[in-house]
Design a protein around this ligand. Structure first.
Ligand code: 5GP
Length: 176
């Protein structure tokens, strides 16, 4: 698959270090709380799987799939919960695990919905952040890496559903 990669942006080793650093902080911050790791499918799957195994606390996990209307280059800004499933978050300390925050539309919607459904607290953990692209404000509580405005793939992130299984994060090589 390496021939489809323009360059490696974040190596497997760097990802591991970031996961350990964040997990340590979460372990300190959530002592005595009713922690739910809420994974946003599909892209956050590897990050959440690695993170949860390094958090040294009792916790539960849950998953959501979200739909954003529009296509690859245009988003209408309307986000909804897919599959009609809403995780039971009432009274829980929810830590949303996200692969990347771009415009912020997805997470501002999700955080608001969870507070409306009675979560005790909602915090956001993202592996990658493109702050320069923000349209809606989102408070990032735990961050892996701030990145430039590049389209990245790997470690959960896809291009047309592929490349999610790369163990590093790279920039896709586009055909001329
Ligand atoms: P937001 O609502 O913050 O604009 O969108 C976040 C979602 O957009 C991410 O969960 C991801 O699915 C997608 N996304 C944003 N930037 C990238 C990128 O560089 N690469 C990939 N593969 N997906 C991205």
């Amino acid at each position: 698959m390496a021939e489809h990669i323009e360059s490696v942006m974040i190596t497997t080793e760097q990802i591991k270090e970031a996961v350990s650093r964040i997990a340590k902080q979460v372990t300190e911050d959530y002592k005595g709380k009713d922690l739910v790791l809420l994974t946003v499918l599909k892209g956050s799957l590897p990050f959440a799987a690695d993170l949860m195994r390094e958090i040294d606390l009792p916790l539960t996990v849950d998953f959501v799939r979200l739909s954003s209307y529009g296509n690859l280059s245009y988003s209408s800004g309307k986000v909804t919960m897919r599959d009609g499933y809403f995780p039971p978050v009432e009274g829980k300390d929810v830590l949303v695990v996200e692969d990347i925050i771009d415009t912020g539309l997805t997470l501002s919607y999700l955080s608001e919905e969870m507070m409306n459904k009675g979560a005790a607290s909602v915090k956001i953990c993202t592996l990658l952040n493109k702050a320069a692209r923000r349209e809606k404000p989102v408070k990032v509580d735990y961050l892996g890496f701030e990145i430039e405005n590049e389209f990245v793939i790997g470690y959960g992130l896809d291009y047309d559903e592929r490349y999610r299984n790369l163990p590093y994060i790279g920039i896709l090589k586009l055909d001329d």
